[in-house]
Design a protein around this ligand. Sequence first.
Ligand code: FEO
Length: 169
Amino acid sequence: MDRKVAVLLNEQINKEFYSAYLYLDIANFYTKKGLDGFANWYEVQAKEEQDHAMLMYRYLQNNGEEVTLEAIDKPDKIFDTLMDPLKAALSHERYVTSLINTIYGVAQEEKDFRTTQFLDWFVKEQGEEEKNSMDQITKMELYGDDSRSLYMLNSELAARVYSAPSLVL
Ligand code: FEO
């Protein structure tokens, strides 16, 4: 595998674990606010982020590359309103999309088509994650100020169940 691609993928493992940490922090915020459905949704999201990290970890190992685990940053976002974490999540997902796109671009330049094929799943996944985030912001804008509607929205998010990623290495 191209050295630059391997280094970027190794760095991305850390970013994905940071994403899990950020979403756990968001879940913790909503638990404190008494919104267990929102907390559930972000706890499931944190598990998905760990899966993303593990897929990259295994992919590097399967290709004979070194994996080096670095320290995970402390989540440092300050949340005041119920909307704040939703906006933080969207901006974080957009950032992650830009990182995946960068790795994809380098892999393409280096003709590392095994990696571009591996990353195709992540490109699609980022589209879904940004849409989920945008939908949550829209719903909070529409219903967040009404306690009964917020209760319903919380119940909807409580129904999310974790399932393992569809990508198998
Ligand atoms: Fe692993 Fe939410 O991107």
